[in-house]
Design a protein around this ligand. Sequence first.
Ligand code: 2AL
Length: 248
Amino acid sequence: MRLRVINPNTTAAMTRKIGEAAQRIAAPGTTVVATQPADGPVSIESHFDEAISAVGVLEEVLAGEQEGTDAYVIACFGDPGLLAARELTRAPVIGIAEAAFHAASLISTRFSVVTTLSRTGIIAEHLLEQYGFRHHCRRVRAAEIPVLDLEEDGSAALGRIIDECRRARDEDGIGAIVLGCGGMADLTQRISQEVGLPVVEGVTAAVKLAEALVGLGLGTSKHGDLAFPRPKPFTGRFESYSQLSNDR
Ligand code: 2AL
């Protein structure tokens, strides 16, 4: 199975880390192709960053369609472009926030999310609401670290995340913790050891969910709103999308 893991930001070191974490957890027969958009923000920490990055995510899905991709993972915790990406393919497309929420809800009745910044925590709260997980989540917490601090050796980022996870464990009455950033893909075991609770991380959860769906023979439904977009002229810089056909 060919799994395309799309890091929606343009930081190559983070794409590498996400790809390695995905390949480590993947089944022996799964080939992980880790990619990132050609253009866009180096990290995603706002609605603006998300909106710009979503176009890059869609371009990466279109590129994946040319290579016979069996499933996609969108490896940013805001799941940018998720529903639009599903419109472009019959393959399953899994966002790391939805994957982590689903997995956490299967092993606990209450979880807390520990993410990077408070403002991205609000984006996670919107997703919890939208996906129907609001009552499973006790609290969305922020370690108050910019995303790219996770890429710096020797930064205080890991320690701050562990401190916030300990506070979540001690104060929130929860059974599990969800890590709220693609840049935390390599931290699951370390944090779980330190905190003593199950720690759910979205990239790894999404890889296993994608494999499960492919194994079940399930792909994105082409009935209803996830059908291929209706062909129509696009103008200006998006003119090439006028060629998108709906008979794939
Ligand atoms: C993210 C993420 O996962 N990648 C990124 O660039 N921004 N979101 C977040 N909540 O930190």
